[in-house]
Write a protein that binds this ligand. Structure first.
Ligand SMILES: [Fe+2]
Length: 287
């Protein structure tokens, strides 16, 4: 039976959001800019007490919050970390998280965390393994989770299907949702030489609940997903195509380094709104 039917969140379209970063805590609390929702980095708020949680409690009273984690390591052969999951569940209840996401990757093995989002081999064995682990997580959290495509710099000779087919099968078999990172599709398509539109076309429509947009660093013969630059034109173009494929999907901008003043990110968010306005013939309030 589908968990979606039992616990479908009533907030499956939130609009246009930003990643909540420490540099902007005070601006957000004091200025209350017109941002529809905020995405938090789960791991920054798992320590009890302290300033991050103090500010998050205030901000979560004003804005819908979604949680984005980097430690689930869903692809690892290690068992799931029960303590971590307990903390995630508790934080989701505390901030009334609209949804919870993590990445289609592994971050370590034998209890060693490499703090990197490492790609998986796209094999039937890996598929079965990841599906079972996502089902375990969803059962424990009592909700569907969103799984995000990572950017990658290598592929495995053992892979027997494309990344988009693998992600599609994960979503269908585990009955989870997808966080589609448009920049990551662009980065991986550049690094591995596939057509990013083929990727979009391979993803089932009704599974995509969120988009990520971000900047990156182009080193000529490869791109690194650094999240420290503005979004480039080809990624905006791919975002427009993604909106045409998937319809209205909650969109947010990820900036993790060289964080500019909030106004700069709000302008970038307005650019996302303008693209969506043209496609859907609607008008969104400017941030
Ligand atoms: Fe992302």
């Amino acid at each position: 039976m589908s968990i979606l039917d039992k616990n479908a969140p009533p907030y499956n379209y939130l609009g246009f959001g930003l990643g909540l970063r420490t540099d902007h805590y005070l601006d957000i609390i004091e200025q209350q800019p017109a941002i529809d929702w905020l995405e938090i980095l789960t791991e920054n708020y798992l320590v009890p007490g302290g300033k991050p949680l103090y500010y998050l409690d205030k901000i979560s009273e004003q804005y819908p919050i979604v949680m984005h984690g980097v430690s689930l390591s869903i692809g690892s052969t290690d068992p799931l970390d029960g303590d971590y999951l307990k903390q995630v569940k508790s934080l989701a209840e505390r901030v009334n998280a609209k949804w919870v996401s993590d990445h289609l990757c592994w971050t370590g093995v034998s209890q060693k965390n490499m703090h990197d989002l490492l790609p998986l081999p796209y094999t039937e064995e890996a598929l079965k393994h990841v599906v079972a682990k996502i089902q375990q997580v969803q059962e424990y959290l009592g909700r569907q989770i969103l799984i995000e495509n990572v950017s990658s710099y290598l592929t495995y000779s053992s892979s027997c299907m494309s990344e988009w087919d693998f992600l599609k099968e994960i979503a269908l078999q585990a009955d989870c949702l997808i966080l589609l990172d448009i920049n990551n599709i662009y980065v991986s398509s550049f690094n591995h030489g596939f057509d990013p539109e083929t990727y979009l076309a391979g993803i089932p429509h009704n599974r995509v609940q969120q988009f990520h947009l971000a900047g990156h660093t182009n080193n000529g013969d490869h791109i690194i997903d650094t999240h420290d630059h503005p979004i480039i034109s080809p990624v905006w173009d791919l975002y427009a195509k993604a909106l045409k494929y998937f319809g209205k999907v909650s969109t947010m901008i990820e900036r993790d380094d060289h964080i500019p003043p909030l106004d700069v990110l709000l302008k970038e968010l307005d650019q996302a709104k303008h693209i969506a306005e043209k496609i859907f013939q609607v008008e969104y309030a400017s941030a």
